[in-house]
Ligand binder design. Sequence first.
Ligand code: NAD
Ligand code: UDP
Ligand code: UDP
Length: 410
Amino acid sequence: MASQKNESIKTVGHNKFGFDSTVDVETLRSLYLTPVFVKDGSKVENVTGAPAKEYGSESTYDKATNAIQYTTIAKFPPVKLLPNSERKRILVTGGAGFVGSHLVDRLMLLGHEVTVLDNFFTGSRTTVSHWVGHPNFEMVRHDVVEPFLIEVDQIYHLACPASPPHYQYNAVKTIKTSFMGTLNMLGLAKRTKARFLITSTSEVYGDPEEHPQREDYWGHVNCIGIRACYDEGKRVAETLTYGYQRQDGVDVRVARIFNTFGPRMNPYDGRVVSNFIIQALKGEDMTVYGDGSQTRSFQYVHDLVDGLILLMNGDETRPVNVGNGDEFTILEFAEAVRDIVEKVQKDQGNPLAKRVNIIHKDLPSDDPQRRRPDTTRAKESLGWQPQWSVKQGIEEMVLYYASKLAKGEI
Ligand code: NAD
Ligand code: UDP
Ligand code: UDP
């Protein structure tokens, strides 16, 4: 399988469609894997083993006072110096979220001017704080349901909560964000003639009756169920997007993203990857909902960002699935995560005394039974396919959460 191919990936990105998005993995890693110093009495120890930090903030956790001290290092990673004709003004809505922050890192390193618009509902300023103060970077606290004026060349419209507990927390707000937020950003794209990309979702296929899911499948969605605020929200957002394309000639791109994971995923967002890793790291029972026979496929966030940048800069205007085709049952996935966490703990010299248990809880309603992308279109029209295996990605994420645990943040 394509995603199994590489043991050590040194760079991500592509140089295609006149847009070079390649960057070193090590540079990206230095932006999210921060060393954590713990002060125990007079001893200060780097508990993560992550290399000393060159950029962004560093923190020292004092056990005696249960306090954390941040030091901001006023030095930014080098960004490309682009000629004015190539440098784009790019708006990323939801840029302080999990996916958005990785996209922002990439666009910044490539030398573009990036504005993040976010209301910090599920995102956090800390995900992009390492760019605050950079001359090419701007962060705006704003809710997309309100109109917004700015002059830009490209809009990546991500703003929308993505995890089921978060989008169900205030279902009406989720619908407003999907509809009014997308309307405003399309109005902005129309006025500025910016190219507009929306991050839609595999949820537009609902609980699918076709497997794997191709872009021309219309879906099987319960319009009044607990997931409807998100599923139907994204469906109408796609409808609006193509409405603006047909009526007003707006230049649009639609990515249908399948389950994605990676560092900076909110540890408490309730999605399966974060839940399982944190439970296993803490030695708690891992919670499989239902009998665990439902399937998902999981893509690593760097692959997704590659796909989004290719889509934005290529010519494909139809919806494009972006996901990894390696399908697991949720029970198999729990076992795989447990094995990887055990390996990392052993490598770090702190194995748990006993294996964690996998327990079962009730299956939430409308939980899709099977989900796997057909990514033929992405391969043919963008030349994109995933590079990262699930194992490689999970190991990276375990290191990230282990450092958060050491900091006392989880
Ligand atoms: P996330 O919750 O980490 O990020 C969403 C961001 O949008 C957050 O920073 C949040 O504060 C912001 N936001 C929410 N409502 C807003 C509003 N009204 N105004 C301004 N900002 C607002 O989620 P994510 O996983 O990074 O998802 C990003 C996008 O990708 C979403 O559009 C989501 O639907 C889509 N997507 C993600 C996945 C996945 O597996 N991660 C799968 C399919 C689709
Ligand atoms: N809009 C915005 N920023 C802009 C242009 C438009 O937020 O730069 C909003 C605008 O307030 C409106 C929506 O986008 O609510 C749709 O705009 P459009 O021009 O398509 O519609 P109209 O204003 O004619 O209803
Ligand atoms: N799930 C689970 N245990 C958890 C969280 C989720 O078994 O602690 C299951 C959930 O029921 C679903 C799958 O894992 O079948 C993926 O859930 P997630 O919320 O990550 O995303 P979804 O694909 O359902 O939007």
